[in-house]
Design a protein around this ligand. Structure first.
Ligand SMILES: [Zn+2]
Ligand SMILES: [Zn+2]
Length: 362
Protein backbone atom coordinates (compact mmCIF):
# COMPACT_ATOMS: atom_id res chain seq x y z
CA UNK A 1 0.00 0.00 0.00
CA UNK A 2 1.36 3.40 -0.94
CA UNK A 3 1.96 5.70 2.05
CA UNK A 4 0.13 9.05 2.24
CA UNK A 5 2.16 11.68 0.39
CA UNK A 6 3.88 14.20 2.64
CA UNK A 7 1.80 17.00 1.13
CA UNK A 8 -1.65 16.67 -0.36
CA UNK A 9 -4.22 19.10 -1.75
CA UNK A 10 -7.62 19.25 -0.07
CA UNK A 11 -10.45 21.76 -0.25
CA UNK A 12 -8.59 24.16 2.03
CA UNK A 13 -5.19 24.04 0.44
CA UNK A 14 -1.84 22.30 0.36
CA UNK A 15 -1.79 20.21 3.53
CA UNK A 16 0.86 18.38 5.52
CA UNK A 17 -0.97 15.76 7.54
CA UNK A 18 2.09 14.58 9.48
CA UNK A 19 2.72 18.11 10.78
CA UNK A 20 -0.90 19.32 10.65
CA UNK A 21 -0.30 22.59 8.82
CA UNK A 22 -1.09 24.21 5.48
CA UNK A 23 1.07 26.06 2.99
CA UNK A 24 -0.66 29.09 1.33
CA UNK A 25 -4.19 27.80 2.11
CA UNK A 26 -7.12 29.28 0.20
CA UNK A 27 -9.65 28.70 2.99
CA UNK A 28 -9.35 29.54 6.70
CA UNK A 29 -7.15 27.11 8.66
CA UNK A 30 -5.53 27.28 12.11
CA UNK A 31 -1.89 27.31 10.95
CA UNK A 32 -0.74 28.72 7.62
CA UNK A 33 2.81 28.87 6.36
CA UNK A 34 2.89 31.66 3.79
CA UNK A 35 5.35 31.62 0.89
CA UNK A 36 4.64 35.29 0.05
CA UNK A 37 2.07 38.04 0.31
CA UNK A 38 0.40 37.95 -3.15
CA UNK A 39 -3.35 37.54 -2.89
CA UNK A 40 -3.51 34.00 -4.23
CA UNK A 41 -1.00 32.79 -1.58
CA UNK A 42 -1.83 34.90 1.48
CA UNK A 43 -5.46 35.31 2.41
CA UNK A 44 -7.18 36.84 5.37
CA UNK A 45 -8.82 34.79 8.11
CA UNK A 46 -6.10 32.31 9.06
CA UNK A 47 -5.68 31.40 12.75
CA UNK A 48 -1.97 32.19 12.49
CA UNK A 49 0.56 33.02 9.81
CA UNK A 50 4.19 32.04 9.60
CA UNK A 51 6.36 33.83 7.09
CA UNK A 52 10.00 34.82 6.51
CA UNK A 53 11.33 37.77 8.56
CA UNK A 54 11.75 39.95 5.50
CA UNK A 55 8.11 39.59 4.55
CA UNK A 56 6.61 40.71 7.87
CA UNK A 57 5.74 44.31 6.94
CA UNK A 58 4.11 43.58 3.62
CA UNK A 59 2.16 40.65 5.08
CA UNK A 60 1.02 42.89 7.95
CA UNK A 61 -0.17 45.53 5.48
CA UNK A 62 -2.17 42.99 3.53
CA UNK A 63 -3.52 40.84 6.39
CA UNK A 64 -4.30 43.68 8.81
CA UNK A 65 -3.26 44.71 12.31
CA UNK A 66 -5.17 41.92 14.02
CA UNK A 67 -3.56 39.04 12.15
CA UNK A 68 -1.37 36.76 14.26
CA UNK A 69 1.93 36.67 12.38
CA UNK A 70 5.09 34.83 13.39
CA UNK A 71 8.31 35.04 11.44
CA UNK A 72 11.42 32.96 11.01
CA UNK A 73 14.77 33.59 9.32
CA UNK A 74 15.70 31.92 6.05
CA UNK A 75 17.35 28.54 6.64
CA UNK A 76 16.27 28.24 10.30
CA UNK A 77 14.79 24.81 10.92
CA UNK A 78 11.75 24.48 13.18
CA UNK A 79 9.38 21.67 14.10
CA UNK A 80 5.74 21.24 13.25
CA UNK A 81 5.05 18.12 15.33
CA UNK A 82 7.41 15.46 14.00
CA UNK A 83 8.00 17.36 10.75
CA UNK A 84 11.03 19.62 10.20
CA UNK A 85 10.31 22.79 8.27
CA UNK A 86 12.47 25.65 7.00
CA UNK A 87 12.04 28.60 4.65
CA UNK A 88 14.48 29.45 1.86
CA UNK A 89 14.68 32.48 -0.43
CA UNK A 90 12.55 32.33 -3.59
CA UNK A 91 13.67 35.62 -5.20
CA UNK A 92 10.10 36.45 -6.25
CA UNK A 93 9.22 39.50 -4.08
CA UNK A 94 10.33 40.79 -0.68
CA UNK A 95 10.08 37.99 1.89
CA UNK A 96 9.16 35.28 -0.62
CA UNK A 97 10.08 31.76 0.43
CA UNK A 98 10.29 28.21 -0.67
CA UNK A 99 9.13 25.83 2.04
CA UNK A 100 11.26 22.78 2.81
CA UNK A 101 9.38 19.98 4.59
CA UNK A 102 11.18 16.91 5.94
CA UNK A 103 9.63 13.86 7.53
CA UNK A 104 11.25 10.44 8.10
CA UNK A 105 14.07 11.28 5.73
CA UNK A 106 11.83 12.37 2.89
CA UNK A 107 12.19 15.96 1.70
CA UNK A 108 9.68 18.04 -0.24
CA UNK A 109 10.19 21.63 -1.33
CA UNK A 110 7.31 23.92 -2.29
CA UNK A 111 8.67 26.69 -4.47
CA UNK A 112 5.89 29.24 -4.05
CA UNK A 113 6.45 31.73 -6.86
CA UNK A 114 10.11 32.25 -7.71
CA UNK A 115 12.63 33.62 -10.15
CA UNK A 116 16.36 33.41 -10.65
CA UNK A 117 17.00 36.70 -12.53
CA UNK A 118 18.67 39.43 -10.45
CA UNK A 119 16.35 41.69 -8.44
CA UNK A 120 17.77 43.92 -5.74
CA UNK A 121 14.41 44.24 -3.98
CA UNK A 122 14.57 40.76 -2.45
CA UNK A 123 16.95 37.99 -1.39
CA UNK A 124 18.04 35.87 -4.37
CA UNK A 125 16.61 32.41 -5.02
CA UNK A 126 18.58 29.50 -3.61
CA UNK A 127 18.01 25.97 -4.89
CA UNK A 128 17.22 23.44 -2.14
CA UNK A 129 17.88 19.71 -2.57
CA UNK A 130 14.79 17.54 -2.27
CA UNK A 131 13.05 14.36 -3.41
CA UNK A 132 9.85 16.06 -4.55
CA UNK A 133 9.77 19.61 -5.91
CA UNK A 134 6.42 21.37 -6.09
CA UNK A 135 7.13 24.09 -8.62
CA UNK A 136 5.18 26.95 -10.08
CA UNK A 137 4.93 26.89 -13.86
CA UNK A 138 3.35 30.25 -14.66
CA UNK A 139 5.59 30.70 -17.70
CA UNK A 140 6.40 27.02 -18.24
CA UNK A 141 6.70 27.17 -22.01
CA UNK A 142 9.87 27.34 -24.13
CA UNK A 143 8.83 30.66 -25.70
CA UNK A 144 9.33 32.44 -22.39
CA UNK A 145 12.91 33.69 -22.07
CA UNK A 146 13.44 36.92 -20.19
CA UNK A 147 15.74 39.59 -21.58
CA UNK A 148 18.57 40.98 -19.44
CA UNK A 149 16.91 43.18 -16.78
CA UNK A 150 19.62 45.84 -17.24
CA UNK A 151 18.65 46.14 -20.92
CA UNK A 152 14.96 46.39 -20.06
CA UNK A 153 15.77 49.04 -17.44
CA UNK A 154 17.49 51.18 -20.04
CA UNK A 155 14.54 50.72 -22.43
CA UNK A 156 12.16 51.93 -19.73
CA UNK A 157 14.33 54.94 -18.89
CA UNK A 158 14.69 55.82 -22.59
CA UNK A 159 10.91 55.61 -23.06
CA UNK A 160 10.48 57.93 -20.06
CA UNK A 161 12.98 60.48 -21.45
CA UNK A 162 11.29 60.45 -24.86
CA UNK A 163 7.84 61.01 -23.33
CA UNK A 164 9.22 63.79 -21.18
CA UNK A 165 10.68 65.53 -24.25
CA UNK A 166 7.31 65.18 -26.02
CA UNK A 167 5.36 66.56 -23.05
CA UNK A 168 3.59 63.25 -22.32
CA UNK A 169 3.29 61.70 -18.87
CA UNK A 170 4.77 58.20 -18.63
CA UNK A 171 2.41 55.80 -16.85
CA UNK A 172 3.97 52.43 -16.09
CA UNK A 173 1.61 49.74 -14.82
CA UNK A 174 2.61 46.76 -12.72
CA UNK A 175 1.27 44.76 -9.82
CA UNK A 176 1.29 46.95 -6.67
CA UNK A 177 3.25 44.47 -4.55
CA UNK A 178 6.64 43.36 -5.77
CA UNK A 179 6.51 44.34 -9.42
CA UNK A 180 6.01 48.05 -8.69
CA UNK A 181 8.95 48.16 -6.29
CA UNK A 182 11.13 46.25 -8.72
CA UNK A 183 10.21 48.73 -11.47
CA UNK A 184 11.03 51.66 -9.17
CA UNK A 185 14.42 50.03 -8.50
CA UNK A 186 15.10 50.04 -12.27
CA UNK A 187 14.31 53.74 -12.78
CA UNK A 188 16.89 56.50 -13.09
CA UNK A 189 15.72 59.23 -10.68
CA UNK A 190 17.97 61.80 -12.36
CA UNK A 191 15.45 61.92 -15.24
CA UNK A 192 12.61 63.34 -13.14
CA UNK A 193 10.23 62.66 -10.25
CA UNK A 194 8.78 59.19 -9.65
CA UNK A 195 5.10 59.38 -8.74
CA UNK A 196 3.13 56.53 -7.21
CA UNK A 197 -0.45 55.38 -6.86
CA UNK A 198 -1.47 55.10 -3.18
CA UNK A 199 -1.45 51.29 -3.15
CA UNK A 200 2.07 51.30 -4.57
CA UNK A 201 3.33 53.99 -2.17
CA UNK A 202 2.19 52.14 0.96
CA UNK A 203 3.94 48.94 -0.06
CA UNK A 204 7.00 50.85 -1.23
CA UNK A 205 7.22 52.37 2.26
CA UNK A 206 7.03 48.82 3.67
CA UNK A 207 9.93 47.85 1.43
CA UNK A 208 12.05 50.78 2.62
CA UNK A 209 11.24 50.01 6.24
CA UNK A 210 12.31 46.43 5.58
CA UNK A 211 15.73 47.68 4.51
CA UNK A 212 15.35 47.82 0.71
CA UNK A 213 16.85 50.97 -0.80
CA UNK A 214 14.75 52.55 -3.53
CA UNK A 215 14.86 55.90 -5.34
CA UNK A 216 12.61 58.59 -3.83
CA UNK A 217 8.92 58.45 -4.76
CA UNK A 218 6.01 60.85 -4.28
CA UNK A 219 2.41 59.82 -3.98
CA UNK A 220 0.18 61.30 -6.69
CA UNK A 221 -2.67 62.10 -4.35
CA UNK A 222 -2.03 65.25 -2.38
CA UNK A 223 -0.06 67.05 -5.05
CA UNK A 224 -1.15 70.62 -5.68
CA UNK A 225 -2.89 71.47 -8.91
CA UNK A 226 -0.66 72.63 -11.71
CA UNK A 227 2.02 69.97 -11.28
CA UNK A 228 3.89 69.34 -14.51
CA UNK A 229 3.24 65.63 -14.49
CA UNK A 230 4.92 65.04 -17.83
CA UNK A 231 8.38 65.44 -16.29
CA UNK A 232 7.73 62.43 -14.12
CA UNK A 233 6.84 58.77 -14.39
CA UNK A 234 3.78 57.35 -12.65
CA UNK A 235 3.89 53.84 -11.20
CA UNK A 236 0.41 52.39 -10.73
CA UNK A 237 -1.41 49.04 -10.61
CA UNK A 238 -3.20 47.84 -13.78
CA UNK A 239 -6.59 48.47 -12.16
CA UNK A 240 -6.26 52.21 -12.89
CA UNK A 241 -6.77 51.57 -16.61
CA UNK A 242 -9.85 53.34 -17.89
CA UNK A 243 -10.45 55.19 -14.60
CA UNK A 244 -10.78 58.92 -13.98
CA UNK A 245 -7.66 58.71 -11.83
CA UNK A 246 -5.63 58.89 -15.03
CA UNK A 247 -7.21 62.08 -16.34
CA UNK A 248 -5.17 64.48 -14.29
CA UNK A 249 -2.02 63.48 -16.14
CA UNK A 250 -3.21 64.88 -19.46
CA UNK A 251 -1.52 63.33 -22.47
CA UNK A 252 -0.06 59.99 -21.34
CA UNK A 253 1.99 57.17 -22.74
CA UNK A 254 0.91 53.97 -21.01
CA UNK A 255 3.09 50.90 -20.63
CA UNK A 256 2.74 47.59 -18.89
CA UNK A 257 5.53 45.52 -17.36
CA UNK A 258 4.94 41.77 -17.33
CA UNK A 259 6.26 38.47 -18.55
CA UNK A 260 3.15 38.34 -20.72
CA UNK A 261 4.57 41.13 -22.84
CA UNK A 262 6.82 38.50 -24.43
CA UNK A 263 4.02 37.40 -26.72
CA UNK A 264 1.23 39.82 -26.04
CA UNK A 265 3.23 42.95 -26.59
CA UNK A 266 2.25 43.17 -30.20
CA UNK A 267 -0.96 41.21 -30.27
CA UNK A 268 -2.75 42.87 -27.41
CA UNK A 269 -1.19 46.21 -27.03
CA UNK A 270 -4.34 48.04 -28.13
CA UNK A 271 -4.72 49.66 -24.75
CA UNK A 272 -0.98 50.04 -24.21
CA UNK A 273 1.60 52.14 -25.95
CA UNK A 274 4.46 49.95 -24.77
CA UNK A 275 5.08 46.58 -23.16
CA UNK A 276 8.19 45.80 -21.15
CA UNK A 277 9.16 42.23 -20.35
CA UNK A 278 9.74 42.27 -16.61
CA UNK A 279 8.62 39.18 -14.73
CA UNK A 280 8.99 37.99 -11.15
CA UNK A 281 8.52 34.37 -12.20
CA UNK A 282 11.03 31.94 -13.69
CA UNK A 283 11.28 31.78 -17.45
CA UNK A 284 11.67 28.43 -19.22
CA UNK A 285 15.48 28.09 -18.94
CA UNK A 286 15.42 29.18 -15.27
CA UNK A 287 12.63 26.73 -14.52
CA UNK A 288 14.56 23.79 -15.97
CA UNK A 289 17.75 24.93 -14.24
CA UNK A 290 16.00 25.21 -10.89
CA UNK A 291 14.45 21.76 -11.21
CA UNK A 292 17.82 20.25 -12.01
CA UNK A 293 19.50 22.04 -9.09
CA UNK A 294 17.07 20.49 -6.61
CA UNK A 295 18.26 17.03 -7.65
CA UNK A 296 14.66 15.90 -7.27
CA UNK A 297 13.16 12.61 -8.46
CA UNK A 298 9.71 14.01 -8.88
CA UNK A 299 8.15 17.30 -9.91
CA UNK A 300 4.63 18.45 -9.15
CA UNK A 301 3.75 21.47 -11.26
CA UNK A 302 1.17 24.12 -10.50
CA UNK A 303 0.23 27.63 -11.83
CA UNK A 304 -0.08 28.07 -15.56
CA UNK A 305 1.40 26.00 -18.37
CA UNK A 306 1.53 22.75 -16.44
CA UNK A 307 0.86 20.25 -19.21
CA UNK A 308 3.76 21.30 -21.39
CA UNK A 309 6.21 21.22 -18.50
CA UNK A 310 4.97 17.84 -17.27
CA UNK A 311 5.29 16.29 -20.72
CA UNK A 312 8.74 17.76 -21.21
CA UNK A 313 9.99 16.47 -17.83
CA UNK A 314 8.57 12.99 -18.45
CA UNK A 315 10.43 12.86 -21.75
CA UNK A 316 13.60 13.56 -19.73
CA UNK A 317 12.82 10.56 -17.52
CA UNK A 318 11.61 12.43 -14.44
CA UNK A 319 8.39 11.66 -12.62
CA UNK A 320 6.15 14.63 -13.19
CA UNK A 321 2.52 15.43 -12.54
CA UNK A 322 0.17 18.38 -12.37
CA UNK A 323 -0.98 19.54 -8.96
CA UNK A 324 -4.37 21.28 -8.85
CA UNK A 325 -4.22 24.37 -6.68
CA UNK A 326 -5.96 27.71 -6.58
CA UNK A 327 -2.80 29.71 -7.12
CA UNK A 328 -3.02 32.19 -9.95
CA UNK A 329 -0.31 33.36 -12.28
CA UNK A 330 1.12 36.74 -12.98
CA UNK A 331 -1.46 39.39 -13.56
CA UNK A 332 -2.30 40.14 -17.17
CA UNK A 333 -3.81 43.58 -17.68
CA UNK A 334 -5.67 42.68 -20.83
CA UNK A 335 -6.57 39.11 -20.00
CA UNK A 336 -9.15 37.46 -22.17
CA UNK A 337 -10.60 34.01 -22.22
CA UNK A 338 -7.41 32.49 -23.48
CA UNK A 339 -5.65 33.41 -20.25
CA UNK A 340 -6.97 30.83 -17.82
CA UNK A 341 -4.07 31.42 -15.43
CA UNK A 342 -5.44 34.79 -14.45
CA UNK A 343 -8.01 34.04 -11.79
CA UNK A 344 -10.11 36.09 -9.45
CA UNK A 345 -8.10 36.14 -6.22
CA UNK A 346 -5.25 38.23 -7.54
CA UNK A 347 -7.55 40.84 -8.94
CA UNK A 348 -9.69 40.87 -5.82
CA UNK A 349 -6.85 41.52 -3.50
CA UNK A 350 -5.47 44.19 -5.76
CA UNK A 351 -8.71 46.11 -6.03
CA UNK A 352 -9.32 45.77 -2.31
CA UNK A 353 -6.17 47.62 -1.54
CA UNK A 354 -6.56 50.13 -4.34
CA UNK A 355 -9.99 51.42 -3.54
CA UNK A 356 -9.61 52.90 -0.08
CA UNK A 357 -6.52 54.76 -1.20
CA UNK A 358 -7.73 56.30 -4.35
CA UNK A 359 -11.47 56.25 -4.85
CA UNK A 360 -12.86 59.71 -4.66
CA UNK A 361 -9.53 61.02 -3.50
CA UNK A 362 -9.46 63.58 -6.25
ZN1 LIG B 1 3.40 35.75 -6.44
ZN1 LIG C 1 1.33 32.78 -7.36
Amino acid sequence: MAPTPLLTVNDRGLYCEAGDFYIDPWRAVPKAIITHTHGDHARRGMGSYLTANEGLRVLRTRMGEDALIETVGYGTEFSMGPVKVSLHPAGHILGSSQVRVEYKGEVWVVSGDYKVFPDRTCTPFEPVRCHTFVTESTFGMPIYRWPDPAVVASEINTWWRENQAAGRTSVLLGYALGKAQRLISLLDPSIGPIYTHGAVEKLTADYRQSGIELPPTEQVVGHPKGVEWSRGIVIAPPSVQGTVWLRKFGDVSMAFASGWMTIRGTRRRQAMDRGFVVSDHVDWPELLWAIQETGCERVLATHGSVAILVRWLREQGLQADALQTQFAGEEDPVAGEEDPVVQEPVQDSESKIDQPDEQGAD
